[in-house]
Design a protein around this ligand. Structure first.
Ligand code: FDA
Length: 300
C-alpha cells in the first residue's frame, strides 16, 4: 500500500467515532481493566504462550500521573503473582516521568523493580522515540546496579544500536530486539525494509554470540526464519532466547512458533488510555493504519 494511501487512512481514522476506533483496535488491546489483561494472559498461558503486560499510557506531564502509573504497575505485579499468570511487565519510561525528572523516574522504576523482585518477576523498559534512547539506557544502567530483573528494548532501525549493544553487553543486559515503531529521521535511522532486517540480524548475531538473553520481537517471517537458523548454528540453549509478538498480530505465525516448541511471549496492553494509544500509534506509523484497513476490509 502506498504511503500516501496509508496517510489518507490515518486522516480518516482520526475522524472516526471513538466506538469505531475501539472496534478496530480491540484485537490489539486486552481491554480497559487489569482483570482483562489477566484473563487474556491466562488464555494465552493455556496454549503455553507467556505474556508481557503493558499498562497503556506514555509521556506523563506531572509527577502525580507518574506515581499513579507506577501504582498501576505494582497492582499488575501483585495480580500476576496472586493469579499465577505467566507474565512479566513492560513499561514505558516517559510514563514514569523520564521527560520531567530523571532521578524521580529512576525512583519510580526502582520501586517497580523491587516489587517485581519480591514476586520473582521481571520488568522490561520499552524503547520510545530517539530523544529518550540515551536517557533510557542511563536509566537501565542505574537501575541494574540495584536490581538485575530489568531488561531493555533496542531498535534495529537506529544506526547507533549495534554500538549501544556492544556497550550494554559490558553490564550483561537482557534484551528485546525489535525493528522500531517511531518515525525517525533518515540521518539516524535506516529506512529500507531490507537494511533494517540486515541490521536486525547483525545485532541478533552479536547478542546470541555474546550469551545475552534475547526476546526476538518480530512478526516478520524472514526474520523469524533467519533467527531460527542463527539459534541452530550457535546451538543457543532454550533458556537464552524467546520469540515475542504483539497481541492480535499474525496469530498463525505465533501458534506455529509455539507448536515448534520455542518459547513465545505476547505483548498484552490494557488500560483506559487505549484511545490515545491507538490514535497515536496510527499517527506515528501509517503502516499500522494500512494493516488495520486490510484487516477490516480484507484488502490484500
Ligand atoms: P513488519 O512491520 O515488516 O511486519 C511483518 C508482518 O507482520 C507484516 O507484513 C504484517 O503482516 C504483520 N504485522 C506487523 N505489524 C502489524 C500490525 N500492527 N497489525 C497487523 N499486522 C501486522 N517498537 C519500539 O519502537 N519500541 C518498543 O519497545 C517495542 N516493543 C515491542 C514489543 C513486541 C513484543 C513487539 C512484537 C514489537 C514491539 N515494537 C516496539 C514494535 C516493533 O518495533 C515493530 O514496529 C513491529 O513489531 C512491526 O515490525 P515487524 O518486525 O513485525 O515487521
Amino acid at each position: 500500500m502506498s504511503s500516501f494511501f496509508n496517510r489518507l487512512i490515518v486522516g480518516v481514522v482520526q475522524l472516526m467515532p471513538k466506538a469505531t476506533v475501539r472496534y478496530f483496535s480491540s484485537r490489539y488491546i486486552a481491554g480497559e481493566r487489569l482483570s482483562d489483561a489477566v484473563d487474556v494472559s491466562k488464555e494465552l498461558n493455556k496454549n503455553r504462550i507467556c505474556a508481557t503486560i503493558d499498562v497503556l499510557g506514555e509521556a506523563v506531564t506531572t509527577k502525580e500521573e507518574a506515581v499513579q502509573a507506577k501504582n498501576e504497575c505494582l497492582k499488575v505485579l501483585e495480580a500476576v503473582s496472586k493469579f499465577r499468570v505467566d507474565a512479566n511487565l513492560s513499561i514505558k519510561p516517559t510514563q514514569f516521568g523520564l521527560s520531567i525528572d530523571e532521578e524521580f523516574c529512576l525512583q519510580q522504576v526502582l520501586e517497580i523493580a523491587e516489587k517485581a523482585a519480591k514476586v520473582n518477576n521481571f520488568i522490561r523498559l520499552d524503547m520510545e522515540d530517539s530523544p529518550y534512547t540515551t536517557k533510557t539506557f542511563e536509566l537501565l544502567k542505574k537501575a541494574r546496579k540495584q536490581y538485575d530483573n530489568i531488561g531493555v528494548v533496542v531498535q534495529a532501525y537506529l544506526h547507533r544500536t549495534y554500538d549501544d549493544v556492544v556497550e550494554l553487553n559490558k553490564i550483561g543486559t537482557n534484551y528485546r530486539l525489535c525493528k522500531g515503531i517511531y518515525v525517525e529521521p533518515a540521518s539516524i535511522a535506516y529506512k529500507g525494509k531490507q537494511e533494517i532486517r540486515d541490521n536486525y540480524l547483525k545485532i541478533l548475531d552479536l547478542m546470541l554470540k555474546n550469551g545475552n538473553y534475547v526476546g526476538i520481537a518480530t512478526h516478520d517471517l524472514y526474520l523469524v526464519n533467519a533467527a531460527k537458523e542463527l539459534i541452530a548454528r550457535y546451538e543457543i540453549p532454550k533458556n537464552k532466547f524467546e520469540f515475542q509478538m504483539l497481541l492480535g498480530v499474525n496469530e498463525d505465525l505465533r501458534d506455529k512458533i509455539a507448536a515448534e516448541g520455542y518459547k513465545i511471549r505476547i505483548y498484552v496492553p490494557f488500560g483506559e488510555h487505549w484511545y490515545k494509544y491507538s490514535i497515536r500509534r496510527l499517527q506515528e506509523n501509517p503502516e499500522v493504519a494500512g494493516h488495520i484497513f486490510k484487516n477490516i476490509f480484507g484488502v490484500r
